[in-house]
Design a protein. Structure first.
Length: 373
């Protein structure tokens, strides 16, 4: 009996489902976008170089919490002239959608400013000493200098040397130095990707199994570590050793258990909303006046940009179905062939609060055989 493993699905891509905090797929115009809430903390009041108090930069130390999470992440204002409405959900936006200039340089500032560089290291880079401050005061002053530099590019804001309204000389000196350092060194960076990519690529020359072994396959992903669980078989790495953890570019094999009709391969990894993704409220359905629903106008609220990556656990399941098909018999020698059909179940579990995922099963001819990496 000849056994073979055949791809039945070429690609499953671009599924547009998202998970709410309950873990149930939700139907909404915003299902393909991450959303979360914003909280305000210490006030940020920065003096404009024009000397006109009406031109001062006013905001707060802001944090963002992804829906379904308790973790707070630093986020910045990129819209100095608009107030912040914390009652609205903040939806992930592309740079084109948010319509703010110079976000490439803002991204450099985010990577090289607070919180990705702490207040002490940022002061050293800007050649300025910190005052005798608490750790929280260090953080807030580093935030102020970073926010001022962001506004410089998004809104044309120029910071006065007496930078902090009602602040001490030490605070103003630190914030002004950090602002100058970030503005003078900012470089234009490309927009970070928002898609989670997960692909199992077929590297086999033929569909025939080597005994009970199928492969090699290759995992391609822009996620980090992917942890797999398998039912009906065993995952083997390129050395023939059992494994449950794979990374981008890793080749692997599947050893199929005897007598099974279905092999399930489930992978878990991290979905990352990267530094530099923008957020802003969108028109949405609201329940008002005894349950009636209405579509609100576009909420007027600050546009924001994420300063720290947001991670969430995600999973995906692939199914390998065993089917038996008769082959054309040779004279006087009937033979039955066995094949294993691979199908990808692109479930909502992969698409946690806002990433558009691409889940693909792709075939590529390659001179690879069992045991060769």
């Amino acid at each position: 009996m000849k056994k073979s493993l055949k791809f039945a699905v070429a690609a499953v891509a671009g599924t547009a489902l998202a998970l709410g905090s309950s873990g149930v797929a939700i139907a909404d115009d915003h299902d393909d976008k991450a959303r979360g809430s914003v909280e305000t903390h210490e006030r940020v009041n920065l003096k404009s170089a024009t000397g006109d108090d009406n031109d001062n930069g006013r905001s707060s130390y802001l944090t963002f919490t992804l829906e379904g999470s308790d973790d707070e992440h630093v986020i910045y204002c990129i819209d100095i002239g608009t107030g912040l409405e914390t009652k609205y959900w903040q939806y992930e936006q592309s740079w084109e959608e948010v319509g703010v200039d110079e976000l490439g340089k803002v991204l450099w500032i985010l990577h090289n400013g607070y919180p990705n560089v702490d207040a002490v290291a940022l002061g050293e880079a800007a050649d300025v000493e910190l005052g005798d401050w608490t750790e929280r005061e260090n953080q807030v002053n580093a935030y102020k200098g970073t926010q001022a530099a962001i506004w410089h590019f998004t809104d044309g804001f120029r910071l006065h040397q007496d930078a902090v309204v009602n602040g001490s000389d030490e605070e103003s000196a630190y914030v002004f130095a950090v602002y100058n350092y970030l503005v003078e060194n900012a470089e234009d960076l490309p927009e970070p990707p928002s898609e989670l990519f997960l692909e199992i690529e077929d590297l086999r020359e033929s569909d025939e199994l080597d005994g009970d072994i199928a492969g090699p396959f290759q995992l391609n992903t822009n996620s980090g570590e992917i942890t797999f669980e398998i039912e009906g078989g065993v995952i083997l790495n390129s050395e023939g050793e059992e494994t449950t953890t794979l990374y981008n570019g890793d080749q692997f094999y599947i050893q199929v258990d005897e007598g099974v009709e279905l092999v399930k391969l489930s992978g878990e990894g991290k979905l990352v909303t990267p530094i530099g993704r923008a957020f802003h409220p969108e028109p949405h359905w609201e329940h008002v006046n005894g349950g009636f629903s209405t579509m609100s106008d576009e909420p007027r609220s600050q546009k924001l940009i994420l300063a720290e990556p947001v991670q969430k656990d995600v999973s995906e399941e692939f199914k390998f179905e065993l089917e038996v098909t008769p082959e054309e018999p040779a004279p006087k020698l009937p033979v039955t062939g066995t094949s294993l059909t691979i199908a990808a179940t692109s479930g909502a579990a992969l698409l946690a609060a806002g990433a558009i995922a691409m889940v693909m099963l792709r075939r590529r001819k390659a001179a690879a055989s069992w045991g060769d990496a």
